[in-house]
Design a protein around this ligand. Sequence first.
Ligand SMILES: [Zn+2]
Length: 55
Amino acid sequence: MQERYCKCGKRIIVQYSNRKSDNWMVRYWQMGHNFGKTIRTCPHCGRKINIDSLC
Ligand SMILES: [Zn+2]
């Protein structure tokens, strides 16, 4: 797992998994009270999360 940041400063946890070595899967997690939930958009600014847009 890696810690990345949205452009708004929100911390996003990025998890990579390659179960069958055929393709990579990337999941984004939110740390906090509802940790355990994968997210597709930033919970703070609503921006669509893309690995290239995180810093
Ligand atoms: Zn954001």
